[in-house]
Design a protein around this ligand. Structure first.
Ligand code: ADP
Ligand code: ADP
Length: 225
């Protein structure tokens, strides 16, 4: 069954006098439990597509349907609620809060959502253990390696039990061995929790391990072999 559908998405940016067309009637479908790689050169529109799918930016035309819900007619507050509860984001750089520990960083989205601290702590610890970083729970981001930071960022992204994980070059800042290790943990988490994921990556080895690969060409999402 379909989790996410992007329907005829247009996205243009003004560049001085001319319009830059990034997405041009782009269609895309992500099924429940699928892991799809988004592989395209820099500037092709990967971030734009991920931000559109994640309801962080709204397109010039088209609609985003998440779990059967057409998001085009929702208010900003409703979209924010969906982002908080149903969507997790991971970036190339971890964006963890520097003054808080790994554990606190993973607890944070749950506290914002209104969970009791004891519950948030238990779930955060489970996720850190699952990402094999439980031993580093009390450390701040600056005391962790790049791979460890990304594993915490991934744990934080799924802390609220989202349906959809969106990742923009999640291993792009890591050496190949670390990238592979972090991706192993990410993949295990996605599979174990029945999440669906769209992951932009330049790493062809990792892309090959996903269920499908797509690229962007002339503003459209195109399947790769
Ligand atoms: P990618 O993630 O594939 O590198 P992006 O989605 O970030 O691509 O950007 C696609 C194109 O759109 C780029 O040429 C970029 O310069 C342009 N772009 C992105 N955001 C904006 C913006 N807010 N204003 C103008 N141009 C933008
Ligand atoms: P608030 O002002 O309450 O933080 P936002 O609309 O800024 O509300 O964010 C709501 C949720 O959307 C956040 O919890 C966060 O997960 C996500 N979010 C907002 N902006 C971004 C962004 N630039 N990148 C990734 N996630 C974001």
């Amino acid at each position: 069954t379909v989790l996410l559908e992007l329907k005829s998405i247009d996205r243009r940016y003004d560049e001085g006098s001319r319009k830059l067309t990034i997405l041009d009637a782009a269609d895309f479908v992500l099924h429940h439990g699928e892991m799809v790689a988004l592989v395209a050169p820099s500037g092709a529109g990967k971030s734009t597509l991920l931000h559109t799918a994640g309801l962080l930016e709204w397109p010039d035309a088209g609609d985003v349907i998440l779990n059967g819900r057409a998001c085009g007619r929702l208010s900003d507050d409703e979209r924010t609620a969906i982002r908080r509860n149903d969507i997790g984001f991971v970036y190339q750089f971890h964006h963890l809060l520097p003054e808080f520990t790994a554990l606190e960083n993973v607890m944070m989205p749950q506290l914002v959502r209104g969970l009791k601290p004891a519950q948030a702590r238990e779930r955060a610890m489970q996720l850190l253990d699952y990402m094999k970083i439980g031993a580093r729970a009390e450390h701040r981001p600056a005391e962790l390696s790049g791979g460890e930071q990304q594993r915490v960022a991934i744990a934080r992204a799924v802390a609220n039990g989202p349906l959809l994980l969106l990742a923009d070059e999640p291993t792009g800042n890591l050496d190949p061995a670390t990238a592979s290790y972090v991706f192993d943990a990410l993949e295990a988490l996605v599979r174990q929790s029945g999440l669906s994921a769209l992951i932009a990556t330049h790493n062809h080895e990792l892309a090959a391990r996903m269920d499908r690969r797509v690229t962007l060409a002339e503003g459209k999402v195109v399947e790769l072999p």
